[in-house]
Design a protein around this ligand. Structure first.
Ligand code: SF4
Length: 228
């Protein structure tokens, strides 16, 4: 039976993830190493704070808010970490419970093998794509990830589900983004055909009290790298 490691469940979110009331499910595991990651505990399998759920166990935990979801058109936001690392579990979960009438959203970096995206692409009501940066050099410097993997999945997702089912998030990252680089990123996405683009100020890690030691270490090496 499929299982998932969940680092946290955040209930009663209003209009932050899509329509209506939603519950955010934060799954463990991420292929990226963003310099200013605010959830670095999701990288670490030795993190003691996660719980393991079966499909039914997770439903039992989430169903407390079912009436709110149904009356507002809300549902579940799968986030992380990177939720697509749990594509098998999420597919099984949605197939089992889609008849309940909840919406299913996913916040993803798309930095995963294509087959993982394919497993859920037809089941998600709206994808929220955390784009980080649309410039290959900046993307790879910030995330330590593979831009081509991300970009190819982004174009594929756009072609398969259409721009109305995608919200592209564009962070303005302190220290990292200079001048109008985030505007370049926004324009790049517009030119690709995205219409729902959300430019936002990424929180300065200096101001984030919950940021962990791991992220601070990561940030310091990152800053050392960009000011070389
Ligand atoms: S995508 Fe980046 S910010 Fe999000 S959990 Fe992974 S490393 Fe952290």
């Amino acid at each position: 039976m499929a299982e998932i490691k969940i680092a946290g469940i955040e209930r009663l979110r209003m209009e932050t993830d899509g329509e209506g009331v939603t519950t955010l499910v934060v799954s463990m595991g991420c292929p990226l190493r963003c310099a200013y990651c605010l959830n670095p505990f999701t990288w670490d399998n030795s993190y003691a704070g996660f719980k393991t759920y079966t499909v039914k166990g997770l439903y039992d935990e989430l169903k407390i808010d079912s009436l709110y979801f149904l009356s507002t058109g809300g549902g579940i936001m799968f986030g992380g970490g990177e939720p697509l690392l749990n594509a098998d579990f999420i597919r099984e979960f949605i197939e089992e419970y889609k008849s309940v009438g909840w919406k299913f959203y996913m916040e993803t970096s798309l930095s995963v093998p294509r087959e993982k995206l394919d497993k859920v692409i037809d089941l998600i009501d709206c994808f929220v794509v955390d784009t980080k940066d649309m410039n290959k050099e900046r993307y790879e410097k910030y995330t330590l990830g593979n831009y081509d993997l991300f970009y190819n999945n982004l174009t594929y997702l756009l072609e398969k589900v259409g721009c109305e089912k995608i919200i592209a998030r564009v962070p303005k990252i302190p220290i990292f983004h200079k001048d109008n680089e985030f505007l370049e990123n926004e324009q790049f996405l517009k030119d690709m055909g995205f219409e729902n683009i959300n430019v936002f100020d990424y929180i300065n890690p200096e101001d984030h009290k919950k940021i962990s030691e791991a992220a601070l270490k990561n940030r310091d090496s990152f800053i050392a790298k960009i000011i070389q």
